[in-house]
Design a protein around this ligand. Structure first.
Ligand SMILES: O=C1O[C@H](COP(=O)(O)O)[C@@H](O)[C@H](O)[C@H]1O
Length: 259
């Protein structure tokens, strides 16, 4: 697992622009090397702002959007088109504005999907889709080029919340989440092993309400108390922050500042 690197941007707008530029570059590099690329999206304010910044960037046309696989780290278990679904936010911010291949946009289905209101079955369906794309990889998930994560003030990532048993899941790659402390109570989430199978994991945080969660993640806190501490990529782990989110870094941190 990689040790986190910390990049601090002057404000939330420049954080979004910086993440967008980095994402475009990463996807273009992957496509140049392999012909294809994959990204795992997050919900939340900073993640969606970054997607909107990608859509607004003239450099977005450097990405071959038809050769990109899009996945999600978590989804709120709500019907398609619901404004609170992470999918809806990502479509509005980016996916409806670029020529993605609909067959390569891998959504976590909601209660209007084939499994009805059985979130565990919908999660199992997603795990099967991941396994099919993994082409025999032992992790049973594809080697995602970039996996983006927001973080909550309570230090949750994806839909893995402090104290919940889903954090201890070692075999499954996607799980149903029940009793989420943040609405809606039912969700689907990638698990820690699935997250940690990504080449690069990016924790994106903006605002002072996230500073303590960022501190815990970087201080290697107990994952049951601070799920963000589990966010590590195989090759690289980036904490992409604005100044407010970086206002309580642990002693000894070596942030790189832009702007
Ligand atoms: O519920 C969720 O929250 C987090 C963070 O959201 P934010 O608005 O506090 O930035 C997000 O990462 C996650 O994907 C989402 O489902």
């Amino acid at each position: 697992m990689s040790a986190p690197e910390i990049l601090v941007h002057p404000n939330s707008g420049l954080l979004a622009a910086g993440v967008a530029a980095r994402l475009i570059t990463r996807l273009v590099d992957a496509q140049a090397r392999r012909g294809t690329a994959s990204v795992v999206l997050t919900g939340g304010g900073a993640g969606l702002a970054a997607l909107a910044a990608v859509a607004d960037s003239p450099a977005r046309d450097a990405v071959d959007w038809g050769r990109l696989d899009v996945w999600w780290g978590d989804e709120r278990f709500l019907p398609s088109g619901h404004p609170e679904r992470n999918e809806t936010g990502a479509r509005e911010a980016l996916l409806d504005r670029v020529p993605v291949d609909p067959a390569r946009v891998h959504v976590m289905r909601g209660p209007d999907g084939p499994d009805g209101d059985d979130a565990d079955a919908a999660a199992a369906r997603y795990a099967a889709e991941l396994a099919a794309a993994a082409q025999g990889a032992p992790s049973a998930v594809p080697a995602f080029d970039v996996l983006m994560l927001g973080v909550g003030p309570d230090a949750h990532i994806a839909s893995l919340f402090p104290g919940q048993p889903t954090l201890r899941e070692e075999k499954l790659t996607a799980v149903g989440v029940h009793g989420s402390p943040k609405p809606p109570p039912t969700r689907i989430s990638l698990t820690v092993p699935a997250i940690r199978a990504a080449e690069e994991v990016w924790v994106i945080a903006s605002g002072s309400s996230k500073a303590e969660a960022v501190r815990l993640g970087l201080a290697d806190a107990d994952v049951m108390e601070a799920p963000v501490a589990a966010a590590r990529g195989l090759r690289s782990t980036l904490y992409l922050l604005d100044r407010d989110a970086a206002s309580a870094l642990p002693p000894g941190s070596s942030p790189v500042s832009s702007g």
